[in-house]
Write a protein that binds this ligand. Structure first.
Ligand SMILES: Nc1ncnc2c1ncn2[C@@H]1O[C@H](COP(=O)(O)OP(=O)(O)OP(=O)(O)O)[C@@H](O)[C@H]1O
Length: 424
């Protein structure tokens, strides 16, 4: 027998969670070194946490103290890094502490396929010495060298003695929406067939070229998916459309018929845009009923500060009916599962039938069932409304049916844009 065969094998765990699991408590217990049934091998060992919330925590620290913690090596603030760059920086930082185990919370979310492959390879190497505890929402994210499989139901960890049974019992069944998308309260006025037009737009940050000669036209009612590797400039493009970046000024960029910099206000733009990205749900932590949440979308406010009309209430309840939440109109938003919250946020963004609905990584962190349901809502909105949709996602959602794909391809001179017609 060879010497290496006698070495104890490092044990790796996968814990499948869904949007109703008490994931936060489990991660807290794991990091506090509390004894957890089935995970006794980790007790009293040194753990490190690889998660989105850790990145956010370091980001806050960097901002508060005006220092670079994870960005020390590159000299770039964490806030301005792409998701892939942020995750790489966090992993390097954690590994320097020589942990016995790493808790990985949905590690592949927000990563393009190349960055996912790179991270998988890196974790494969790390797995030789460090135990990995994957806390994941998606079955496909589980690493191949995993030995122990469990499901977190609420607070209860259920271990499986064989992987086939684990997979079979945890495959999801997609849901469907029945009712039709309700029309807006007021007809949408729009004279422009072309909503967004980038003509030969280039963007750099300091010396770093990010976008190169971008030509892209989004027309009324089109359903686009925007793809590109981490750091290719997707967020930069989006923020130029939403008015959240000044990089559009002085460029040949027209939005809703106005040339950028021709006196239109950010408010003018935002009126025509419905926007959803998962971090937005954090703004609605208070006591907002679902009915009020949806109506607030008509007023572009976070809370509802006006007495809603009967027509507004009716409309909100029609949307709840579409979402299958018609019995929950007086339920508080924070009582919903995260999958349900995202459906409501998307309906809220859509309730006015904006000219452009932007969904930025909308399924990140959702479980398989939640993601399937979300995708089927987006397909339905595309089929039943005349809003244009811009769906930004790294993950290939198998059921998503965009008509067109705009791909950013990175080069040393900045990303080039490519139009890809989707075959039907
Ligand atoms: N304010 C800024 N200052 C310096 N560099 C920036 C700034 N904003 C973005 N960048 C850089 O521009 C590049 C493109 O970033 P952007 O966030 O647009 O990419 P992305 O495609 O959205 O990435 P991801 O998919 O990871 O979110 C990255 O390399 C990023 O580090």
């Amino acid at each position: 027998m060879y010497f290496w065969a006698k070495l104890p094998q490092v044990q790796h765990y996968a814990i499948l969670t869904d949007n109703r699991s008490n994931q936060g408590q489990l991660v807290q217990d794991l990091m506090a070194g509390k004894p957890i049934s089935g995970l006794e091998a980790l007790a009293k060992k040194k753990g490190a946490l690889f998660s989105r919330s850790e990145i956010q925590r370091y980001m806050g620290e960097e901002e508060r103290h005006d220092i670079k913690v994870l960005g020390q090596q590159s000299g770039q603030p964490l806030k301005t890094m792409s998701s892939g760059e942020q995750k790489k920086a966090l992993l390097n930082h954690l590994l320097k502490r020589l942990p016995d185990y790493l808790v990985l919370v949905n590690p592949f979310d927000n990563l393009d396929s190349r960055a996912q492959d790179e991270l998988k390879e890196r974790l494969g190497a790390v797995s030789k010495k460090v135990a990995l505890v994957q806390v994941v929402n998606r079955l496909d994210d589980i690493l191949p060298f995993t030995i122990h499989f469990a499901r977190l139901k609420g607070n209860e960890l259920i271990f499986y003695d064989n992987v086939q049974r684990f997979r079979a019992e945890n495959q999801c069944v997609a849901g469907h929406f029945q009712a039709t998308i309700p029309p807006p309260l007021h007809p949408v006025k729009n004279k422009n067939e072309v909503l967004v037009q980038f003509s030969n737009v280039s963007v750099s940050f300091g010396e770093k070229p990010v976008l190169k000669n971008i030509d892209w036209t989004i027309k009324k009612g089109e359903f686009w998916q925007l793809i590109g590797p981490n750091g290719s400039g997707k967020t930069t493009l989006l923020t130029m459309i939403t008015g959240d970046s000044h990089k559009g000024y002085g460029q040949n960029l027209t939005i809703f018929g106005h040339k950028k910099g021709s006196g239109e206000s950010v408010w003018d733009l935002k009126q025509h845009i419905g926007y959803f990205t998962p971090s937005m749900t954090d703004r609605f932590r208070g006591y907002h009923t679902l009915e009020n949440m949806l109506i607030s979308g008509l007023h572009d406010s976070v809370g509802l500060y006006v007495i809603p009309s009967d027509a507004e209430k009716r409309l909100a309840n029609q949307w709840l009916n579409v979402l299958g939440l018609d019995d929950k109109s007086q339920t508080y938003f924070h009582e919903l599962s995260s999958g349900q919250q995202r459906l409501v946020m998307t309906a809220r963004a859509m309730i006015k039938h904006p000219l452009l609905l932007i969904l930025d990584e909308p399924t990140a962190g959702l479980d398989d069932q939640g993601a399937d349901l979300f995708v089927s809502l987006v397909n339905k909105i595309a089929a039943e409304s005349s809003s244009a949709i811009l769906y930004v996602s790294h993950r290939k959602e198998s059921g998503l049916k965009p008509q067109k794909v705009f791909e950013l391809q990175m080069t040393t001179k900045g990303s080039l844009g490519k139009n890809i017609e989707v075959c039907k």
